[in-house]
Design a binder for this molecule. Structure first.
Ligand code: NAD
Length: 248
């Protein structure tokens, strides 16, 4: 029997990048997966097709997780389609980088709304069914920026550091209900989000990574799948960097 057989997972922002890799890895390990997307219905359907090809059930569900009503409706739709919810991966995230002096209030608000409030919204909706099941795994995707800060990322780093406080508070509140809450903090991972960096900057960044390379979405997915598994039952409130040693 596969480790996650019988479990239902919801991955926010699951149509591409890290979210896509996480959705596929959870499915490979036996889970049924709800793939949330904000805009890219076709890409989400493609992920669903790939999961179905693995012999697992999957469903694509639209929602802007920054909107509390849509996030609640998303969780309700998962329960409707799959009957339960065991694993929530809060992966949806955006960047609006700029130096503090040039950062618009709207860029601050947009990033905090998706990256931090989005995780609050979906978690709040997911916790009740998880409490009823006496089982739950919530994994929040933060960033090394939230641990170390980053030039041009005051909004993003604040949102990702905020996720760590949210995670630890939830971990304490929900431990008695057998719900674990943890953070995975990726370093530089090759996805659309980092594709915009020019090659010379990428080369310089690589020098700071002890393992000497950018990570892949699959590197992050493996860590998420571990925290979702039975082997991680005694782990809660931790921050697991997946960054090639960058933040040590
Ligand atoms: P990405 O831009 O490829 O994926 C982000 C996903 O979130 C997209 O599918 C997007 O549509 C979705 N999304 C955005 N706003 C949303 C909303 N309001 N509601 C629902 N979905 C929404 O980026 P990625 O690199 O795959 O990043 C995934 C997560 O990992 C993000 O939280 C990001 O901050 C984090 N992260 C990425 C890196 C990296 O180097 N790529 C490093 C550290 C952390």
């Amino acid at each position: 029997m596969l480790a996650l057989e019988g479990k239902v997972a919801l991955v926010t922002g699951g149509s591409r990048g890290i979210g896509r890799a996480v959705a596929l890895e959870l499915a490979r390990r036996g889970a049924e997966v709800a793939v949330n997307y904000a805009h890219h219905a076709e890409a989400a359907q493609q992920v669903v097709a790939e999961i179905e090809a693995l012999g697992r059930r999957a469903v694509a569900l639209p929602a802007d997780v920054g909107d509390a009503e849509q996030a609640a409706a998303l969780v309700a739709a998962v329960l409707d389609a799959c009957g339960r919810l065991d694993i929530l991966v809060n992966n949806a995230g955006i960047v609006r980088d700029n130096l503090l002096l040039r950062m618009q209030e709207s860029d601050w608000d947009a990033v905090l709304r998706v990256n931090l409030k989005g995780a609050f919204n979906t978690s709040k909706a997911a916790v009740r069914p998880m409490m009823r099941q006496h089982f739950g795994r919530i994994i929040n995707i933060s960033s090394v920026s939230g641990l170390m800060g980053q030039v041009g990322q005051a909004n993003y780093a604040a949102s990702k550091a905020g996720l760590i406080g949210l995670t630890k508070s939830m971990a304490r509140e929900l431990a008695a209900r057998h719900i674990t809450v943890n953070v995975v903090a990726p370093g530089f991972i090759m996805t659309d989000m980092t594709a915009a960096l020019d090659e010379s900057l990428r080369e310089r960044l690589r020098e700071f990574i002890p393992l000497g390379r950018f990570g892949t979405a699959e590197d992050v997915a493996g860590a998420v799948a571990f925290l979702a598994s039975e082997e991680a039952a005694y782990i809660t409130g931790v921050v697991l960097p997946v960054d090639g040693g960058l933040s040590m």
